[in-house]
Design a protein around this ligand. Structure first.
Ligand code: SF4
Length: 205
């Protein structure tokens, strides 16, 4: 089972193409300025079986899979089981982690054996990224396989910002992607001025 915050498809703002996005629940890294405080509590979210996630992958017809969180590598054994079973057919897996590669233990390195590219490092508020798909300038995009080299190397040092997607699901509004620092409170204020009030927001405690 994988403790999961949400699964969305298609996402186009965290990796190339139209992707299946899986956000895993639970993170102890506590980056200051994290915009996903709702994913910290390892007891929140929903437990989904590997078989259920595999079915979602097959149904989606996605071009690739993006795994984020929360901290995916804090569920390393179940995540390895899922990724090792994933039919690929040329489709890639991109994984976000707040860890640096040299911090990983053997189980966490085992996850990366099934990943084509990884984005590493804590989010550091105030270090504006400039580089695509990353939240702060310290975060690295590292290809790990030949497919990862082919698909991600051209983006490793590419400046720019993918558009942030807006999804509405079950009364929840999801902003998917890497918004510029300070934009989320501005969006909230602007919507409030137009009569739309957020009861809660993942970027404030
Ligand atoms: S930015 Fe990512 S790694 Fe850092 S606290 Fe938030 S969810 Fe955890």
């Amino acid at each position: 089972m994988l403790r999961t915050s949400r699964v969305l498809h298609p996402i186009t703002s965290l990796g190339p193409g139209r992707r299946l996005g899986i956000w895993l629940q639970g993170c102890t890294l506590a980056c200051k300025g994290c915009m996903s405080l709702d994913t910290w509590d390892a007891g929140a979210g929903t437990s989904l079986s590997v078989d259920h996630l595999l079915a979602l992958w097959e149904e989606s017809g996605a071009d690739g899979l993006t795994v984020s969180g929360g901290e995916p590598l804090q569920q390393a054994p179940a995540l390895t089981e899922f990724l090792a079973s994933l039919p690929r057919d040329g489709r890639d897996v991109l994984l976000y982690t707040g860890y640096e590669l040299d911090e990983l233990d053997d189980e966490q390195r085992g996850v990366l054996a099934h990943v084509d590219a990884v984005i590493t490092g804590r989010y550091r508020a105030g270090e504006q990224p400039g580089l695509i798909w990353r939240g702060s300038a310290n975060q690295l995009l590292v290809p790990l396989t030949p497919l990862g080299e082919e698909r991600y190397r051209p983006f490793a040092d590419l400046a720019g910002r993918a558009e942030v997607q807006v999804r509405v699901d079950d009364g929840l509004l999801w902003l998917v992607g890497v918004p510029p620092a300070g934009v989320l409170p501005k969006v909230e204020r602007r919507l409030r001025d137009n009569g739309i009030v957020f009861e809660e927001a993942a970027w404030r405690p």
